[in-house]
Write a protein that binds this ligand. Sequence first.
Ligand SMILES: Cc1cc2nc3c(=O)[nH]c(=O)nc-3n(C[C@H](O)[C@H](O)[C@H](O)COP(=O)(O)O)c2cc1C
Length: 190
Amino acid sequence: MKVLGISGSMRNQGNTAMLIKRILAHIQAEGCSEIDTEFITLAGKDIKPCIGCELCRDKKWCVRGGDWDDIAEKVVDCDVLIIGAPTYFYDVNGQTKNFIDRTYSLYHDRKLGGKNAVVVAVCADRGCERTLETLEGFVNTHNFSSLGYISGRGFGEGDVLRDEHAVKKAIDIAEKIMKLLSNTHREGKR
Ligand SMILES: Cc1cc2nc3c(=O)[nH]c(=O)nc-3n(C[C@H](O)[C@H](O)[C@H](O)COP(=O)(O)O)c2cc1C
């Protein structure tokens, strides 16, 4: 059972990363041996934009290369995806959108359908709602089952850890993921 957290922020240790890592840390701390966790940041990664070439319709994979390939493979392999983004001008930042747009290539044969997802948005003040909407649009289009969302407030790196509501929600979501995966694990053994 694999839980993959992806922060789309260009800040390696930014608020989006902190919230996602909080979820993963709780799962690890609870010591569920059957659950693997992995965190990936899109900061510094080469994620070129989708150019609408439509070659992926035949190839069933994006032909643009770069770091997207390895990360997309991990998304295809995971059971639960936690995807988060900072809010830039009332929506997801560009790097996150580039990553999402290229998953069009995984849509043609519904490679992500039936997985579970959590969406995480961070903003300093206003605009988290649309960021969440964009992330939910990605999740719904691919037919993930939604396990919920977190919306955090913070400006400087690490500020979001003072948002008690968001941190509590991260723990609640971690508990939800563990419950879901331990049930799935038990059912798989029957
Ligand atoms: C280009 C840019 C645009 C931003 N636009 C917004 C915005 O529309 N609303 C808002 O509340 N915060 C905005 N912010 C602040 C970030 O959302 C905030 O600093 C957030 O915590 C960054 O998350 P990160 O640390 O994960 O990158 C913006 C920041 C930048 C650099």
